[in-house]
Design a protein. Structure first.
Length: 297
């Protein structure tokens, strides 16, 4: 198992020590980039098509035309994963506006740069999916939609970093952020779900959050289980009163939150509805692995 990096300026994946990017790259200087984080299943990126569509929407959102075709991006990810020798990989796909003079004017960006970073997939321990994690509703809010569209997955992540830093300082393992108006929005790198009165709920997109790929998978899985998901304007107190809380992301999947703001949620372990969805999510990943394009080679 290993970590490999492919740059659009290099023909083949290389070791991290040999992955060289200019200090004048705007992704480094200004966070002027877009990206997607994925995991593989059966050696193929899970929900690759959805990730690529969101990558292009993010590019459009910052006025960055991505010059690489979907086929080129898919091949780049597949080749980098293959070069790593990993059974399954964590994948980060980044496109920056490129290098240019030290000036914020985006017109100075020349030749967008693609970066594919692959490393061994490391999931949380099995016990963590049972006993859960602690989270803190932090005081740092999401940026207003009029400042930075929350549906853009950009390399400008300082707000989320500061939120997680605050949560850790308060004894938490993860952060939950609110909108500037005070409604629960999302985790530092995840979407938020809760169960109250047997009803599965999640913050509405109008709250200002990134529409996660795994978030959509939960909607699909819940429907298959005969469950509905209510998209609501969720207050912090409503979330604190939940019987179950969990976070979703492309790598961790469904992670229970069993302590919120220092108070135990439910029984202190993953609740019954969370467990049902976790089982359905594992089946979904296994089905994806069985239908991986690599199985046909």
């Amino acid at each position: 198992m290993s970590t490999k990096v492919l740059l659009s300026t290099h023909p083949e994946p290389v070791d991290p020590a040999d992955a060289k990017i200019s200090v004048f790259d705007r992704g480094f200087l200004y966070g002027d980039s877009v990206y997607e984080t994925m995991r593989t299943a059966g050696g193929w990126p899970l929900e690759l098509d959805r990730h690529l569509r969101r990558l292009r929407r993010s590019g459009d959102g910052i006025g960055l035309t991505i010059p690489f075709s979907d086929e080129h991006l898919a091949d780049a990810v597949a080749r980098t994963h293959a070069a790593s020798g990993n059974d399954e990989s964590y994948v980060r796909l980044v496109v920056t506006r490129g290098s240019g003079p030290v000036a914020i004017d985006p017109r100075h960006g020349e030749h967008p740069l693609m970066v594919v970073l692959v490393k061994p997939l490391e999931l949380p321990a099995a016990e963590e999916y049972v006993h859960g994690i602690s989270a803190v509703i932090v005081g740092i809010t999401k940026n207003a939609g009029t400042s930075l569209d929350p549906t853009i997955k950009s390399g400008n992540y300082l707000n989320n970093i500061l939120a997680l830093r605050q949560a850790i300082a308060q004894g938490g393992q993860d952060a939950i952020m609110c909108s500037p108006e005070g409604a629960v929005s999302e985790g530092a790198t995840s979407n938020v779900f809760m169960v109250a009165g047997g009803q599965l709920e999640t913050p509405h997109l109008r709250t200002g959050l990134l529409p996660g790929i795994t978030r959509q998978a939960i909607f699909d899985l819940a429907e298959a289980l005969g469950l509905s998901v209510g998209e609501t304007r969720m207050s912090p107190d409503h979330l604190r009163s939940a019987q179950e809380v969990f976070l979703t992301s492309s790598v961790r999947g469904i992670m229970p939150v069993t302590q919120l703001d220092g108070v135990v949620v439910g029984t202190g372990e993953a609740g019954p509805l969370t467990v049902r969805l976790q089982a359905a999510y594992r089946d979904y990943v296994e089905r994806a692995a069985r239908s991986s394009p690599l199985r046909e080679r």
